[in-house]
Design a protein around this ligand. Structure first.
Ligand SMILES: *[C@@H]1O[C@H](CO)[C@@H](O)[C@H](O)[C@H]1NC(C)=O
Ligand SMILES: *[C@@H]1O[C@H](CO)[C@@H](O)[C@H](O)[C@H]1NC(C)=O
Ligand SMILES: *[C@@H]1O[C@H](CO)[C@@H](O)[C@H](O)[C@H]1NC(C)=O
Ligand SMILES: *[C@@H]1O[C@H](CO)[C@@H](O)[C@H](O)[C@H]1NC(C)=O
Length: 125
C-alpha cells in the first residue's frame, strides 16, 4: 500500500509531460524507419528525459532504453528499435527522469502494439 501511494504521488507531481504517440490506435512496426515518440510539455517540465520501452505482459517483464538523453523541447523524436524487441502487444513508452532513475516516470504512453516487420519478396519460396 505504501508503495502504491508513493508511486501515485510521484506521478501526480509530474503530470505535465504527456505522451501522445505511440498510442492504442497507432502503434509501431518492428523495423520501420518511421517509428516516432511524440509528447506535449509545458515550460516548467524537466529539460530532458530518458525514453524507455517496457512490456509488463511478457515474462520476464521487458525493459529497454531507446534514447538515453532527449531534450524535452521539440516534442517528437524518431526511434530505432533494437533487435531485442519482438512483435507483440502490451508495450508502453515511459519517459523517465534519466538512466539512473528508470522508475521516476514523468509520462507514460497508452498500451500499444508493435507489428511484425513486413517481409520482403526475397523471403518467399
Ligand atoms: C494516436 O496517434 C495518432 C497519430 O498521432 C493520432 O492521430 C490519434 O488521434 C491518436 N489516437 C488516440 C486515441 O489518441
Ligand atoms: C526488416 O527486417 C527484415 C528481416 O530482418 C529485413 O530483411 C529488412 O531489410 C528490414 N527492413 C528495414 C526497413 O530495416
Ligand atoms: C510508417 O510508414 C508505413 C508505410 O508508409 C505506414 O503504414 C505506417 O502507418 C507508418 N507508421 C507510423 C507510426 O507513422
Ligand atoms: C537535464 O535536465 C535537468 C533538469 O532539468 C538538468 O539539471 C540537467 O542539467 C539536464 N542535463 C543535460 C545533459 O542537459
Amino acid at each position: 500500500m505504501r508503495a502504491v501511494l508513493a508511486f501515485l504521488s510521484l506521478v501526480s507531481c509530474a503530470l505535465a509531460i504527456s505522451v501522445t504517440k505511440p498510442n492504442a490506435s497507432q502503434g509501431w512496426v518492428l523495423n520501420a524507419s518511421n517509428n516516432t515518440v511524440s509528447w506535449t510539455s509545458v515550460s516548467t517540465d524537466r529539460a530532458n528525459f530518458t525514453i524507455l520501452l517496457v512490456n509488463q505482459n511478457t515474462t520476464p517483464a521487458f525493459q529497454q532504453i531507446l534514447v538515453a538523453l532527449r531534450d524535452t523541447s521539440g516534442g517528437s523524436t524518431a526511434v530505432s528499435l533494437p533487435n531485442t524487441v519482438t512483435a507483440g502487444s502490451g508495450y508502453r513508452v515511459n519517459l523517465v527522469q534519466d538512466t539512473q532513475n528508470l522508475n521516476s516516470i514523468l509520462a507514460q504512453s497508452e498500451d500499444f502494439t508493435i507489428a511484425p516487420a513486413s517481409t520482403s519478396s526475397s523471403v518467399l519460396r
